[in-house]
Design a protein around this ligand. Structure first.
Ligand code: ADP
Ligand code: MG
Length: 247
């Protein structure tokens, strides 16, 4: 069953066409790995889904509701409701530096959803345990390693109970020895059938965890399919060239 349907999405910055009639579907419980060269539009695509970028044309439907249909956006309240179904994890963590780990987790559910201190405390404890950071609840982000910061960012996204998690190169800012702990948390989520779109350069993760791999080049989805197909028998020269460079 489709949970995200993107149809002919176009996005430009000034005269630069960054996404050109991009069409794809994400099924519920699937993990989609998005790969492609730097500057190909991967971040813009993710950011458009959560309304951090406004698109110029096309449609985005999330769980049966249009965020934008044929270039026309829904009303602000609907947009809020629809984007709240998605959680986003950024390359540079984007934690609040002046808040403790626990406060980072609890802020949005308190402010946005009006949950009680008890409710959010129970869940933040649970989620910090899930990402292996129970002992760091009262630390400030500056005391944590990059891998720990990213695990906090994942726990923070989960606090809002999203139906879909979006990751924009979650391990690209990490020292190589710290990527494993973050990828492991993402694997655990995949095993629990969380729907995820992951922009990544980790081809091993894409092969092992993704159900669908989408190759984007120059604002277009060149091809997509199961990892076996994309990695072992890509259909297009552009995909072959890219894979030759990164594998
Ligand atoms: P990727 O994530 O695949 O590296 P991006 O989506 O970040 O690619 O960027 C795609 C293109 O859009 C690049 O050429 C980039 O320079 C340009 N771009 C991204 N954001 C902006 C912006 N806010 N203003 C102007 N150009 C942008
Ligand atoms: Mg990017």
């Amino acid at each position: 069953m489709a949970i995200i349907e993107v149809t002919k999405l176009s996005k430009s910055f000034g005269t630069l066409d960054v996404l050109k009639q991009v069409t794809f579907t994400v099924n519920k419980h699937d993990v989609v790995a998005v790969i492609g060269p730097s500057g190909s539009g991967k971040s813009t695509m993710l950011r458009s889904l959560v309304n951090l970028e406004q698109i110029n044309g096309g449609s985005i439907n999330v769980a049966g509701e249009f965020l934008v249909k044929d270039g026309i956006y829904s009303r602000p309240q609907e947009i809020k409701r629809i984007t709240s179904k998605m959680g986003m994890v950024f390359q540079h963590f984007n934690l609040f530096p002046h808040l403790t780990v626990k406060e980072n987790l609890e802020l949005a559910p308190r402010l946005v959803k009006g949950e009680t201190a008890e409710e959010v405390a129970r869940r933040s404890e649970e989620l910090l345990e899930k990402v292996g950071l129970s002992s760091r609840a009262l630390d400030y982000p500056s005391k944590l390693s990059g891998g720990q910061k990213q695990r906090v960012a994942i726990a923070r996204a989960l606090m809002m109970n999203p139906d879909i998690l979006l990751f924009d190169e979650p391990t690209s800012a990490l020292d190589p020895e710290l990527t494993g702990e973050v990828l492991q948390v993402m694997k655990d989520l995949a095993e629990e059938h969380m729907t995820m779109i992951v922009v990544t350069h980790e081809m091993g993760f894409a092969k092992e965890v993704a159900g669908q791999v989408m190759f984007i080049d120059n604002g277009e989805i060149v091809e997509s399919g199961p990892p076996d197909q994309i990695f072992t028998s890509p259909q297009f020269d552009r995909t072959k060239l890219f894979l030759n460079r990164v594998l």
